[in-house]
Design a protein around this ligand. Structure first.
Ligand SMILES: [Zn+2]
Length: 88
């Protein structure tokens, strides 16, 4: 029987360690530079995790944490998409 291991990831903002399901994963595809949110396919690129709550998301956007980590510009579409993920 396969044992399920829990991988904890760290929120880039508050530094809390959480399970993947409690985090938003933002990945920048290293080939295309396209930003993917909670993409389950194995996108190769840099990823950043944030708590799935408004406080962390809002502060991360304010402090440009995501942009700094992924070395990219976030479009308004991506920002809106992040808030959509949050509401689920
Ligand atoms: Zn957090």
């Amino acid at each position: 029987m396969k044992q399920e291991r829990k991988f904890l990831r760290q929120c880039a903002l508050c530094k809390a360690y959480k399970e993947k399901k409690d985090l938003i994963r933002i990945t920048k595809d290293f080939k295309t530079g396209i930003i993917k949110i909670n993409d389950n396919s194995e996108v190769k690129g840099r990823s950043i995790y944030l708590c799935n709550n408004e406080t962390c998301l809002e502060n991360a956007l304010k402090k440009k944490k995501i942009e700094a980590s992924l070395k990219t510009k976030l479009t308004e579409n991506i920002k809106n998409e992040l808030y959509t993920v949050l509401k689920k």
